[in-house]
Design a protein around this ligand. Structure first.
Ligand code: SF4
Ligand code: SF4
Length: 351
């Protein structure tokens, strides 16, 4: 049996994990020990989603996801990987588990919750009388019995793409439809597998992790992308790319790194690359306002919290000293000299 991993070392591992380290592989023996000792099961359900969050976690490596979800985590229900289907899956995998482990199991929610038309835009089965079980009813029922809900992906955490206006299906986030249950938000479009595996491991081994003001685990979402960006030197030297393929800071082609919280610059994806290293601007997919802004344009005003709007220069002041000085100083100077700023109509016509 592995030596017990104390919480401080666990946090250090999660926060410092780089591309070369397989977090799930490192955590596997400790999580298997927790499951063997009777750790509560996990139920995973999907609402209005593209299934990208499941695809992301399926790409976790060493051990492969089959082992992680079926042996390391006590996963009792997952619509994409479980062998059972239909009534058997719903009754045995979901409803009986929720009753047997009432107040103890953890509920993972992927996707937003459609509430329009009494929830009929998203149904998951039928009751004995033949009436549909809507996803909004299901999440309220299971959520009220869970020890906590893990909202995986920006859609379940904050509404995301399905809740973007005009939002004809009335999609909402988990926290808008379930009350009085602890909720952990693990946003991202999709979230990194480590963010999901690491958060599940934390709740099973130590309980709910420390969260920021948007309900995100601090161990993964404390840093600002801009602060650790390999293109930061370009920003500091006021060298801005005008097209996606060019070297330079990507601010002018839409990068939202100065307001985005995640550890992708150091953790990377697939042990290889991450958004900006691949040449794309950060689209701030982990923020509550995503995708409520033009993706490939620098916008002068950005919402930074419910009811709060700021200029990007002011955002730096809110977000921390390093970013503040960089953004405030460089942007102000470069906007003033016309080196960056909103594109003029003539320039747009040229492109
Ligand atoms: S604005 Fe974007 S591309 Fe430029 S330094 Fe910041 S995070 Fe990197
Ligand atoms: S770097 Fe930006 S776009 Fe990429 S995962 Fe982080 S927040 Fe999302």
């Amino acid at each position: 049996m592995p030596t017990k991993l104390n919480r401080r070392d666990f946090i250090r591992l999660c926060a410092g994990s780089a591309a070369a380290i397989s977090m799930s592989g490192f955590l596997a023996p400790f999580m298997a020990e927790a499951v063997a000792a009777g750790a509560p099961p996990v139920i995973w359900i999907q609402g209005a989603s593209c299934t990208g969050c499941s695809i992301s976690i399926l790409n976790t490596v060493h051990p492969d996801i089959e082992k992680v979800l079926l042996e390391v985590i006590s996963m009792c229900y997952h619509p994409n990987i479980m062998a059972a289907a239909g009534d058997l899956a719903l009754e045995e995998g979901m409803f009986k588990t929720a009753e047997q482990y009432k107040g103890k199991f953890y509920l993972v929610v992927e996707g937003a919750i459609p509430t329009g038309a009494d929830g009929l835009y998203c149904t998951v089965g039928e009751k004995e009388d033949g009436t549909p079980i809507t996803f909004v009813d299901l999440i309220q029922d299971l959520g009220s019995k869970a020890a906590a809900i893990l909202a995986f992906g920006t859609c379940s955490a904050y509404g995301g793409i399905p809740a973007t206006p005009p939002n004809p299906t009335g999609c909402k986030s988990v926290s808008q439809v379930v009350k009085n249950v602890p909720i952990i938000n693990i946003p991202g479009c999709p979230p990194h597998p480590d963010w999901m595996v690491g958060t599940i491991a934390h709740v099973l081994l130590y309980g709910i992790p420390e969260l920021d003001r948007f309900g995100r685990p601090v161990m993964f979402f404390d840093g600002i992308v801009h602060d650790n960006c390999p293109r930061r030197q370009y920003f500091d030297n006021a060298i801005f790319a005008k097209n996606l393929s060019e070297p330079g800071c990507l601010l002018e082609v839409g990068c939202k790194g100065p307001i985005a919280h995640c550890d992708s610059p150091t953790r990377m994806w697939n042990s290889v690359s991450w958004c900006i290293k691949a040449g794309a601007p950060c689209i701030a997919c982990t923020e509550p306002q995503f995708p409520g802004w033009p993706m490939y344009e620098r916008i002068p005003e950005m919402p930074i919290g419910p009811g709060i709007t700021t200029t990007i220069d002011q955002a730096g002041v809110v977000l921390g000293a390093a970013a503040a000085l960089g953004i405030g100083g460089h942007l102000a100077g470069n906007v003033a000299t016309g080196r960056i700023g909103p594109k003029k109509k003539q320039e747009e016509g040229d492109n």
